[in-house]
Design a protein around this ligand. Structure first.
Ligand SMILES: Nc1ncnc2c1ncn2[C@@H]1O[C@H](COP(=O)(O)OP(=O)(O)OP(=O)(O)O)[C@@H](O)[C@H]1O
Length: 272
């Protein structure tokens, strides 16, 4: 996937994110990181074919994603699957039927997707949601529902998986398991690439091959090691002077006070 001279925005508002040039290569897990409002979701929507750029183009397998020479919706859905944060399936649907919807791009016009499709079982198993298969979507916890939506995207058997805050509702072990799973799917070539918009910086730094740092523009891109070594990660996040990045752990922590100037507990909380 190639991103060229992108300028993205909504209706008549200002540009919210610009990207001069970037690539998502086969074999890569890429995390989109950066502050609130930095444009991660906006870029992800554009890569998913859901937000036409004001200028520039996204190329998928050298074919444009927008315009008259673009992919058909079905052909695109066999290559790209997206998991957004807004719920899209009706709450009364059973989990197995929700995941089966992922098979739609692989069905002919005379077929409807079947929950008995082997790809559905595989996706349920991969995401640890097989035990939820008969439950209604509306009766699941946020984290369970999140894993079901990822199962639906995997059932689509895409080449590229795009995920917006996929770990948002997951408990800590499941957050790590999800990043591990995405890395494993890419390394086993089950999918070619994964692009993850996330605030789980420590997981992004640990599991991604590269990060794109977005703060209105693409402020930096590179491997976790490169971005940490140049200070680009810390620079991408405007934070109070009392907060600093611990590069070993990928967490923002209180800046250590100079000797003899320890802040008493409860005093001088950092501004948000
Ligand atoms: N539907 C919309 N209409 C108008 N402006 C929008 C819309 N969605 C997002 N924006 C604006 O675009 C900018 C980028 O938002 P976006 O959601 O892409 O950022 P983000 O990096 O994903 O943020 P966060 O980390 O808070 O989820 C923000 O200023 C936001 O207010």
């Amino acid at each position: 996937m190639i991103l060229e001279d992108l300028r993205l925005g909504y209706r008549r508002g200002p540009d919210v994110v610009t990207v001069a040039r970037a690539e998502v290569l086969p074999g890569e897990v890429i995390s989109l990181a950066g502050p609130n409002g930095g444009g991660k979701t906006t870029l992800l929507r554009c890569l998913a074919g859901l937000l036409k750029p004001r200028e520039g183009m996204v190329f998928l397998e050298e074919r444009p994603l927008y315009g008259s020479r673009s992919w058909s919706r079905e052909a695109r859905a066999r290559r790209l699957a997206v998991v957004l944060t807004d719920p899209v399936s009706p709450a009364y649907l059973r989990v197995r039927d929700v995941v089966a919807l992922g098979r739609l791009p692989h069905c002919s016009s005379l077929q409807s997707p079947s929950g008995r499709d082997a790809a559905v079982d595989q996706a349920l198993e991969t995401t640890g949601t097989l035990h939820l298969a008969q439950r209604s979507l509306g009766h699941l916890s946020d984290g369970e529902r999140q894993r079901v939506m990822i199962a639906r995207a995997l059932a689509q058997e895409p080449r590229i998986l795009l995920l917006d805050e996929p770990a948002a509702h997951l408990d800590p072990p499941h957050q790590t398991a999800l990043f591990l799973l995405l890395r494993d799917l890419v390394e086993r070539q089950v999918i070619a690439s994964a692009v993850i918009a996330t605030h789980h910086l420590h997981l992004a730094l640990h599991f991604s091959h590269r990060l794109f740092l977005l703060a209105g523009t693409l402020q930096g891109e590179g491997t976790p090691e490169e971005l940490l070594a140049t200070g680009a990660v810390e620079r991408a996040y405007p934070s109070p002077g009392t907060i600093t990045l611990d590069p070993q752990r990928g967490w923002f922590i209180p800046r250590p006070s100079p000797p003899g100037k320890a802040t008493p507990p409860g005093k001088a909380a950092p501004e948000l």
